[in-house]
Design a protein around this ligand. Structure first.
Ligand SMILES: O=C(O)c1cc(=O)[nH]c(=O)n1[C@@H]1O[C@H](COP(=O)(O)O)[C@@H](O)[C@H]1O
Length: 283
């Protein structure tokens, strides 16, 4: 009996694919956050049909000029099953268009449940599988194991919350003093990325956190993986804050902005121009 050949990897590793996308189209990620107020401002109804028109218009406008798009899952979930169907369509169209998709689902649970979340967002052939998903580690970093491992197998990625952009995050993430929660999470993520290639385990660190990463001793250049940085635009951060927050880890940073860019729609030309301008300003 001959041994079966191992199944070929479904796609190149996420770290590699992200690096290629950034070289081709720069480092911006645009958040697709279909808030009801934005739908109204775009002249759309707050319904699954309005949601679909909004989400696909954003993809068409910005997909060719940015590295990634990040649909905010909550804003699709609020439309129930039909909203999730729109998300499914968006993720499929994103893959067809060659722009990376990051599902902002912020999942995290005990291992047995985490296995199901991992399959849902990172599993091969799953309807909602994206190129990467956001995870929260507050049941313990190791509880994320099913997602960390499955992402590696399927050539996908994860972004683990470390220092979030909202001020309330400090209560949990700064706890522990010198050995802060954020530092423990950052170190655990770096251990997943050992190797020469850029790894598939990223962190989320808000561009609004000031010098917290430095103050708490996070060794960000050692992460060898991407840092998703929300907080630019509507939450007040810009290029100056990115430089001050990330210092020598800036090459790892993928800034992400939602409302500040989406407000330029529904005109596709203006929307694309807003994404290009933000991308170029943030450098
Ligand atoms: O994981 C995220 O993307 C995230 C983490 C974080 O610390 N702060 C943060 O704002 N986000 C998300 O990033 C998006 C920010 O949207 P804007 O403030 O409109 O740019 C929202 O979808 C948030 O849920």
């Amino acid at each position: 009996m001959t041994a079966e050949a191992p199944a070929p990897a479904p796609r190149a590793p996420f770290g590699q694919r992200l690096a290629t996308a950034r070289r081709a189209r720069g480092s911006l990620c645009v958040g697709i956050d279909p808030h009801p107020g934005l739908l109204t401002a775009w002249g759309l109804e707050d319904t699954p049909a309005g949601l679909e028109r909004f989400a696909l218009a954003v993809l068409d406008a910005v997909g060719p000029v940015v590295a990634a798009v990040k649909p905010q899952v909550a804003l699709f979930e609020r439309h129930g099953a039909q909203g999730l169907a729109v998300l499914e369509t968006l993720l499929t169209r994103g893959a067809e268009a060659g722009v990376l998709t990051i599902a902002d689902a912020k999942r995290g649970d005990i291992g047995s449940t985490m296995q199901a979340y991992a399959e849902a967002w990172l599993g091969e052939g799953r309807p909602l599988a994206a190129d990467a998903v956001t995870l929260h580690p507050y049941l313990g970093f190791e509880s994320l194991r099913p997602a960390l491992d499955l992402a590696c197998v399927t050539g996908r990625g994860v972004f683990v919350l470390a220092l979030t952009s909202n001020p309330e995050g400090r209560q949990v993430q700064h706890a522990g003093g010198a050995e802060s929660v954020a530092r423990v999470i950052a170190r655990a993520a770096a251990e997943e990325n050992s190797g020469t290639e850029p790894g598939h385990v990223g962190l989320v660190i808000g561009a609004t956190v000031g010098d917290a990463a430095h103050r708490f001793g996070l060794d960000l250049p050692a992460l060898n993986g991407p840092i998703l940085a929300p907080g630019v635009g509507a939450q007040g951060a810009g290029r100056q804050e990115l430089v001050a927050t990330f210092r020598d880890a800036l090459p790892l940073v993928l800034p992400t902005s939602s409302r500040a860019i989406l407000a330029a729609g529904p005109d596709v030309v203006r929307l694309r121009a807003a994404a290009e301008r933000t991308r170029d300003e943030l450098g």
